[in-house]
Design a protein around this ligand. Structure first.
Ligand SMILES: Cc1cc2nc3c(=O)[nH]c(=O)nc-3n(C[C@H](O)[C@H](O)[C@H](O)COP(=O)(O)OP(=O)(O)OC[C@H]3O[C@@H](n4cnc5c(N)ncnc54)[C@H](O)[C@@H]3O)c2cc1C
Length: 307
């Protein structure tokens, strides 16, 4: 059982959590970051980051994560390894419950991020970052004049399919049903685009390729003969899952489980702030995560001064 009450506890050590940690320590707050895996979050497994400012040639995701961690540690941020499973957030002293122990704090920054749902087919994991992507904004420009596929039928899938037409020669839109779930205006935009080729009622059976994606094996309904679709990239948009299971019934969440905040990143629970992909918001990128985190931490500091 932890006796000390921290000024601020940050849950999650991705770009949002590490940025909150840097700001907290530079403000001389007594801060603790709790991360269940290695610090870095989704960036740790991102092959190459080309759109984060300050790296004119781009930077490997692993190196960017490592630099953020080093910077946070330079200011003396304490990082512990634990998985948070619950909390008591009402009142001025909050208790955060981990698998290893309990932690006490006056303010909380929720930076536990999100995970993109996988297709769960052979080849997907092996070729992730080698043609399999979950982020068109991040990886789209690598597919200039190539042929790619987008899997999914919701707003994200259809919007990103249209975005990918800026680069790719052809964008196959693979959906398991015979109509899209995306809003009408997006559907019309995608389906009227000359580069977008919808493939209805198809399931991806496997992702094929040696070192890079070379093709998808598709199956139609009722056991139709599988077909091979040669593509150099596949963008998977079958849903994103926020890591908010531990917050259920503690902080109001939207129907998908994301945390609504105001423009100070405050949740509806006093002293609890959220930053990064875990928030209900439009754009989930490293730059937006670090921006959220700077705001969240400074708002938390203001809360601490006034409570
Ligand atoms: C394949 C891929 C490529 C991408 N490429 C780019 C790119 O090129 N450019 C770009 O800007 N963005 C890119 N992104 C998006 C970017 O990585 C995210 O927007 C960013 O990482 C969000 O940061 P975050 O700190 O909010 O969350 P995350 O990075 O998701 O970090 C959350 C952290 O919280 C930890 N955590 C979760 N639950 C708990 C718990 N209960 N207890 C303790 N710890 C917990 C997780 O282990 C994780 O380390 C990419 C994403 C993916 C998946």
């Amino acid at each position: 059982m932890e006796a000390t009450t921290h000024d601020v506890i940050i849950v999650g050590g991705g770009p949002a959590g590490l940025t909150a940690g840097i700001y907290a320590r530079r403000s001389k707050l007594e801060a603790l970051l709790i991360e269940k895996m290695a610090p870095g979050g989704q960036v740790l497994s991102t092959h190459w980051v080309d759109n984060y400012p300050g790296f004119p040639e781009g930077i490997a995701g692993f190196d960017l994560s490592d630099r953020m961690r080093q910077q946070a540690e330079r200011f003396g941020l304490a990082i512990v390894s634990d998985e948070i499973t619950g909390a008591s957030l009402e009142g001025p002293e909050k208790v955060i419950r981990g698998v290893e122990r309990e932690y006490r704090t006056r303010a909380v920054i929720v930076a536990s991020g999100a995970v993109w749902k996988k297709l769960g087919v052979p080849g997907e994991e092996r070729l992730a970052g080698r043609g399999v992507s979950y982020c068109a904004t991040c990886d789209g420009p690598f597919y200039q004049d190539l042929e790619v596929a987008v899997v999914g039928g919701g707003d994200s899938a259809v919007q990103e399919a249209v975005y990918l037409t800026r680069f790719a020669k052809k964008v196959y839109l693979i959906h398991r049903r015979d109509q899209l779930r995306a809003c009408r205006i997006l559907q019309e935009k995608a389906l009227s685009h000359p580069k977008v080729v919808p493939l209805w009622k198809r399931l991806v059976e496997s992702v094929e390729g040696t070192d890079q994606v070379e093709a998808l094996r598709l199956k139609g309904p009722d056991g139709l003969v599988p077909e091979t679709l040669p593509v150099q990239g596949v963008f998977v948009y079958v849903g994103i899952q926020p890591n908010t299971e531990w917050l259920r019934d503690l902080v109001p969440l939207d129907p998908q489980g994301f945390i609504p905040t105001d423009d100070r990143m405050a949740t509806q629970v006093p002293g609890v702030f959220a930053a990064g992909d875990v928030r209900k918001k439009m754009v989930r990128q490293i730059s937006t995560a670090v921006g959220d985190a700077a705001t969240a931490l400074l708002a938390a500091e203001h809360y601490l001064e006034n409570s």
